[in-house]
Write a new protein. Structure first.
Length: 519
């Protein structure tokens, strides 16, 4: 009997008994509204099988076919991203309310085939067999994400696409793209070109562990994405039903921007793009000139990224420069603000008003709660689940991102000498899998405020594509099941399925940490 090793695990799966074959003369039958999804499937199948599977709008043939159908009423039972997949002897039937559901059905269908289906080159020695099954499936959470930090280390466009494909494989639908920080500004802004001319480059990076104080590596680093690059990546992600949420850090983590334009800061002094990790004192001023500059930036960001949310960071904003700035103290007095936390709230409120007028929403790390916050701001709870509970119970939408469960820059073993250098911490695969994003402390009327869960790949210690993948996998598989599958999950069942899933990663040449080195 063919194994069924799907990740994430579907909500309902029933074996019919027996198996079917993908044949060289099969058809793909799909309405025009699903042509993109049908073409995506045809291209993957063609590459591995050398079968040319024509895409037609309709067919009454009894020949083997993969038949797509849109049924808006299915959303009542399975939601906007749900699907029904039935594999029979002569027909594979995929039914969904929306194209996204059809795309997720394709991911399931591919996982029913041998792992070589992902190989990208014809294999004539393989019989492409499916188990006969009936599957009804839908995600538990709407926000199923991963954050990739490209500010600390720049990763090329080709790798961003590769990472997007890895998210799609796991039915994740959000790429949170961290584009600016103290160590680099990675997005072209036409109105303010020095952000990339100056802010995208640093003279060196921290050598070894930040805590060892070993100094710099004496190797310059930099790079940025042009607006054409970003449009291309956004389109690529959209074809895979992945939304990109850009993060433009403010008011802290601002060294790269202030290195390019010193007038944005509180001191007026010229500084360099930071070559060190850790939390910095450098912070944007709250003066009109700075707010207007950032509004210019956000105007271009909004034009590039069509999704609902714009991430503005808001975390680790050290206030020492505001305390020492006569200008900021006068502003606080004029506004009648009691402290610097209230000044940050004022700063965020102005940015929020600007973004809201353009039909978008801001999202920020949980420090944005400090000093008061508009209810339409979404919160990422990174310093534990408590801030998420507080935010949800106060009426905010929340994405759960607690570092003890979702920070994939943490070590995967207690034997750190056998692992690549990491920031610290310990987050094994099983701990990720056992994370529950919906704490019981959230009031019943606010439980739908928890929109989902997200993994974080901060890159201070991930200087290469190899390093990113090693830290992401297979923990991303565990996170995908937390985000997609039912609350009641069984670790040993997952462990059995993920062992087969690693064969898929092997075929895709995705680097991962072996399971056998689990402690």
């Amino acid at each position: 009997m063919l194994p069924i090793t799907l990740i994430p695990k579907p909500q309902q799966i029933k074996r019919i008994g027996g198996e079917s074959y993908l044949l060289h003369n099969s058809l793909i039958v799909a309405p025009e509204t699903l042509n993109s999804e049908a073409l995506y499937l045809a291209n993957i199948l063609r590459a591995a099988t050398n079968f040319e599977l024509p895409i037609v709008a309709s067919s009454s043939t009894t020949t083997s076919c993969i038949r797509f159908e849109l049924d808006e009423d299915l959303a009542i039972k399975l939601g906007a991203e749900g699907y029904r997949l039935v594999v029979q002897l002569n027909e594979i039937h995929i039914k969904s309310a929306n194209p996204a559901g059809a795309f997720y059905a394709i991911q399931t269908l591919l996982q029913l085939l041998p792992p070589a289906i992902y190989g990208g080159s014809p294999r004539r020695d393989i019989a492409w067999r499916f188990p006969l099954v009936e599957i009804e499936d839908f995600p538990r959470f709407a926000w199923r994400g991963a954050m990739l930090d490209c500010a600390r280390y720049f990763f090329p466009k080709a790798f961003i696409k590769r990472f997007i494909d890895q998210l799609a494989l796991h039915k994740l639908n959000i790429l949170h793209w961290h584009l600016t920080d103290d160590q680099g500004w990675r997005v072209e802004i036409k109105e303010h070109p020095r952000l990339t001319e100056v802010g995208a480059w640093r003279k060196e990076s921290t050598f070894g562990s930040y805590f060892s104080h070993a100094g710099g590596d004496d190797v310059s680093h930099g790079g940025f994405y042009t607006q054409d690059d970003i449009r291309e990546i956004v389109a690529y992600a959209s074809e895979r039903h992945i939304r990109i949420v850009p993060e433009i850090e403010m008011p802290g983590h601002a060294s790269a921007a202030i290195a390019a334009y010193p007038e944005l800061g509180c001191t007026g002094k010229e500084i360099e793009v930071s070559s060190k990790w850790g939390v910095h004192n450098t912070i944007f001023s709250c003066a009109d000139r700075t707010i207007e500059f950032l509004q210019d930036v956000l105007e271009e960001i909004i034009a590039l990224f069509p999704g609902e949310h714009i991430h503005i960071g808001g975390d680790e904003a050290e206030k020492a420069q505001w305390i020492d700035s006569p200008e900021m103290q006068r502003l606080m007095s004029t506004l009648g603000l009691p402290n610097e936390a209230a000044l940050q709230s004022h700063f965020i409120a102005r940015i929020n008003q600007f973004i809201a007028k353009r039909g978008r929403k801001i999202i920020g790390w949980d420090e944005v709660l400090e000093g008061g916050l508009s209810k339409d701001v979404t919160v990422m709870s990174w310093r534990g689940v408590e801030a998420g509970i507080q935010a949800a119970n106060a009426g905010h939408d929340v994405v759960m991102t607690p570092m003890e469960f979702t920070y994939f820059d943490f070590y995967q073993s207690v034997h750190v000498g056998n692992e690549p250098l990491a920031i610290g911490g310990y987050l094994p695969l099983e701990k990720v899998y056992r994370f529950e994003p919906l704490p019981p402390e959230i009031f019943p009327e606010n439980r739908d405020r928890i929109k989902g869960v997200q993994a974080q790949l901060w890159s201070e210690y991930l200087p290469t594509e190899h390093a990113v993948e090693y830290m992401a996998h297979p923990r991303l598989a565990a996170l995908s099941e937390v985000a997609w599958s039912e609350k009641e999950r069984e670790w040993n069942d997952f462990l059995s399925r993920v062992q087969h899933h690693l064969k898929r990663l092997d075929v895709l040449r995705i680097v991962y940490r072996p399971l056998e080195a689990s402690v």
